[in-house]
Design a protein around this ligand. Structure first.
Ligand code: ATP
Length: 149
C-alpha cells in the first residue's frame, strides 16, 4: 500500500468589469485530463522540490494546472480517499487551502487539466465529481461567505 500526500487550492475571485456582476463570486474548478473528473487543482508535495512546504506546493500546483496564482487565506480540513493504480491500492491525503485570486488567466492552464472554469458559488456542488471534494467545498463555502459578507 502506498501513502501519497498532495496539496491544492479552492480559489475564489469577485466579478470583473467585463460583463460580470461585481457582486458575484466565482470559484476555480477544473476537469482532470486523465480521469475526467471535475476537481479542485492539487498535486504532490515535495515531489520534485526538496523541502517544499504544503503551502508552496498548493500555490505552485494551482498555478501550473490552471494558470491562476492565488494567495493562501487558510487551510481547510484534510480530504482523503483510496484508489487503485496498476493493481496497487493507494491512499491519498489532500490539504486544500482557501485562496484568493491574485493574477493569471485560465487560458494558460497546464496539460493536466482539459478544462478550467470559474463557476458561480451556486454551481460548484453539482459540478464536482467526488463526494470528498463536495464535503471540503461545503466547509470552504461557509468560510468564504463569512469573509465576503
Ligand atoms: P495529484 O493531483 O495528487 O498529483 P493525480 O492527478 O495523479 O494526483 P488523482 O486526481 O488523485 O491523480 O486521481 C487518482 C485516482 O483517484 C483517479 O482514479 C481518480 O478518479 C480518483 N480520485 C481523484 N480524486 C478523488 C476523490 N476526491 N475521491 C475519490 N477518488 C478520487
Amino acid at each position: 500500500m502506498t501513502e501519497e500526500f498532495s496539496a491544492g487550492g479552492i480559489v475564489f475571485r469577485k466579478g470583473l468589469d467585463s460583463g460580470e456582476n461585481q457582486n458575484d463570486v466565482f470559484i476555480l474548478v477544473s476537469q482532470h485530463s486523465g480521469h475526467h473528473g471535475w476537481v479542485f487543482p492539487k498535486g504532490h508535495v515535495a515531489d520534485t522540490i526538496p523541502n517544499e512546504t504544503e503551502q508552496e506546493a498548493a500555490v505552485r500546483e494551482v498555478q501550473e494546472e490552471t494558470g491562476i496564482t492565488g494567495t493562501i487565506l487558510e487551510p481547510l480540513s484534510l480530504v482523503d480517499y483510496w484508489y487503485v493504480f496498476r493493481g496497487e491500492k493507494r491512499h491519498k491525503t489532500v490539504q486544500y487551502f482557501l485562496m484568493a485570486y491574485e493574477s493569471g488567466n485560465t487560458e494558460d492552464h497546464g496539460w493536466e487539466m482539459e478544462n478550467v472554469v470559474w463557476l458561480l458559488i451556486s454551481e460548484v456542488e453539482k459540478k464536482l465529481t467526488y463526494k470528498s471534494d463536495k464535503k471540503v467545498w461545503e466547509e470552504a463555502k461557509k468560510k468564504l461567505l463569512q469573509k465576503i459578507k
